[in-house]
Every structure is written in C-alpha cells, then in structure tokens.
Design a protein around this ligand. Structure first.
Ligand SMILES: Nc1nc2c(ncn2[C@@H]2O[C@H](COP(=O)(O)OP(=O)(O)OP(=O)(O)O)[C@@H](O)[C@H]2O)c(=O)[nH]1
Length: 339
C-alpha cells in the first residue's frame, strides 16, 4: 500500500498557516488530490475548522483542540491520523499550533502503528515577517518558547517569509540574512498571504483518483527548479522520496538478536548532532528482556516494557544519510553479535 504523504505546517501564532492551508485546500482539486487535515488548536474553540469546511465541505478533518500537539497524548494523535488514513486521502496536511515544535509531531507519526501508512513529505514553516526578528526580545523570559520558534525555522524544508507587504525591502534583506543563519538549506520564499506556487509540493503527489493529472512542468517556475535542486542528492536512497530534511529510518530487528545497552548508546552517539531522536523496543542481554529505548536531547533512557512484538528502532534526524546508517547498522550488528 502506498504511504500517505504528510505535510506539516508550522509557524508562530498568526503567521499565516491557516491562510496557507486554505489555499492548499482550494488548489488541491486542480491536482486531483484529495487532502485530509489534522488541525491542532490551543483553544477549545474550533475557529479555523469551520473556515476549512467552508472551503472544502467534504474534507476529512480531525481536530485536536484545547492543547498543543506536543502535550497531547501520542495515542490521540495516532488515532486521529488513523481515522484520516482510513478515508484514503492523497495527502495529509497537519496544521500545528503556533507554539508547537514540528519535531514533536514527527515523533508521533513515526510510531510503528503509523509507519506503514504515512510518510513525512515536507515541513513548512510560515514566518511573520513583521515580527520574526523581535521574537528573541519579546519572549526573552521564555527560553523554551524561543527554542521552539528557532526549531520551527531550523527543521523546515520550506520557509515562507510571509506578510512582506508589511515590511520594507531593507527589512526583508535583514530578515533573510538572519533566518539563513538558522537554516541555510530550506527554500526561502517571501510571500504575502502565503501565496506560493504549489506545483513543487503537489505536482509530484500521486492521486488516487482516476482522472489523468496534468504532467508537472518542471521548468515552469524558478521555485520548482530550486526545490528540485535541493531534492536531488537524496533521490539515491529508497527511503527518501520526500522533500523533508527530517529523515526517519525504521530498523526491524530479529527476535533472536541480543543487544547490549551501552553498545546501543555508543552506536547512537556515532551520529552526533544530526540524530535528533531515537526510540524503539529492543531485547537486551542474554535474558532478552524488552526495553523501551528513548533518545532525546542527547539523553538515553531505558524502561522495561511489556511489548511482545518484533523489536525495532526508529531514528529521526536532520539530513541523515539513511542508506549509510542502514548499512552501518548491519555491519555494527554483525560485529556486536560476534563479540
Ligand atoms: N497583511 C497581511 N496579513 C496577512 C498575511 N497573511 C495572513 N494575514 C492575516 O494574518 C492573520 C492571521 O493569519 P492566519 O492564517 O490565521 O495565521 P495562523 O498562523 O493560522 O494563526 P494561528 O491560527 O493563530 O496560529 C489573518 O487575519 C490573515 O488574513 C499577509 O501576507 N499580509
């Protein structure tokens, strides 16, 4: 079964995410795409949900209200996504709250129950050009929020510098320079009302509908060329048919494989800063007891677990070379088993 691509929309409150989402919904039909949406709102009021249904009345829509996705139980996120997958969309669009770190949702969608059904396609971060340079001073007392806002920029594949109608050309140059310090690789597009050419995003998504789709014209726009260029180095790997800089790799581990905690930790340490997150259920020691491994912020924890299915390890990283890691894992496993 084809995995459903997931596009994440992140960005601080009021930056223009819903404006972008509405635009994507309006344009999806032109690409014969059936989108589904997972909305996350901080408040109990589902304001944006109504806007979406106005534009697309039959939209498969799931809502996680009154809390940020990073505080929501992972099982709720997974249940919502499973409900959406069951509606067989061509793409799932997830709008995060303004204070969410996109890495959190990536974490949730790489759980084993969802991995066979969905894949991360692109992380888009919308920036409010009028305010983005002031965030550090405005939120100086909230280091966690400053960190989150920075991560929104750092992990994006596509950065929309939105609301440029409200700033001068000089300010635009200054913002571009600052943003580039945190993310030199993402495609950076100045926009008003989140208007961008959606061809690079939607043009290569397979549609489940029978109607033939207009062949994407790769040279149609400058945006397309830029995105293509950024994508090229990754096409060699079968895991990476995606724009995303956040790469995920799921490693299945045989029931008979015996691992050792410190060796696994050493192995994870090999990937340095590029490894953002790792998790999985592993059999440890000669008694083959099952542990839940959690690696986040360079810390590793091991919790005994009742999990009885096939062991696995998921790695999430920025610009990981998944093929290299996969090959290295096999070699490492072989060496560690014969030690
Ligand atoms: N002037 C101007 N206003 C914009 C632009 N883009 C969006 N807006 C307006 O900014 C406001 C917030 O836009 P939304 O798309 O709701 O922003 P959001 O990021 O979804 O906001 P939250 O749901 O609060 O996180 C709306 O009133 C938009 O119409 C732009 O480029 N220029």
């Amino acid at each position: 079964m084809n995995k459903v691509p997931v596009i994440i929309l992140s960005g601080f409150l009021g930056s223009g995410k819903t404006t972008l989402l509405l635009r994507m919904l309006r344009e999806a039909a032109a690409y014969h795409l059936l989108p589904a949406v997972l909305m996350n709102e901080l408040g109990k009021q589902d304001v944006d949900g109504h806007l979406l249904l106005d534009v697309s009345p039959h939209l498969p829509l799931a809502k996680l209200l009154d809390g940020c996705i990073c505080c929501t139980k992972k099982s709720d996120i997974q249940d919502s996504l499973k409900q959406l997958v069951a509606r067989m969309p061509d793409v799932i669009l997830i709008e995060l709250t303004g204070v969410a770190n996109p890495e959190e949702i990536v974490d949730a969608i790489t759980e084993p129950a969802l991995l066979p059904h969905i894949k991360l396609h692109t992380v888009i971060t919308v920036l409010d050009a009028e305010h983005v340079l002031d965030y550090n001073s405005i939120f100086a007392s909230d280091r966690e929020l400053v960190h989150t806002l920075r991560r929104q920029i750092e992990v994006a594949d596509l950065l929309l510098l939105n609301k440029i109608d409200l700033i001068s050309d000089k300010q635009l140059k200054s913002i571009e320079k600052t943003v580039r310090k945190f993310n030199s690789q993402a495609l950076l597009l100045p926009t008003t009302f989140s208007q961008l050419d959606l061809e690079p995003l939607f043009g290569n998504l397979p549609s489940r509908q029978s109607q033939p789709r207009a062949t994407p014209n790769l040279s149609k726009s400058i945006n397309m060329r830029v995105v293509k260029a950024a994508q090229e180095p990754r096409t060699a790997s079968k895991h990476t048919a995606s724009f995303s800089r956040i790469q995920t790799l799921a490693i299945s581990i045989g029931h008979d494989v015996v691992l050792n905690q410190s060796l696994v930790e050493h192995y994870l340490g090999k990937w340095g800063k590029s490894l953002l997150r790792a998790k999985g259920y592993l059999r440890i020691g000669t008694k083959r007891e099952t542990f839940l491994l959690q690696f986040a912020g360079k810390r590793t924890t091991w919790q005994p677990a009742a999990y009885q299915e096939a062991p696995y390890l998921v790695l999430i990283g920025l610009d990981l070379d998944v093929q290299l890691i996969e090959d290295d894992w096999k070699k490492w496993l072989n060496d560690s088993q014969t030690r």
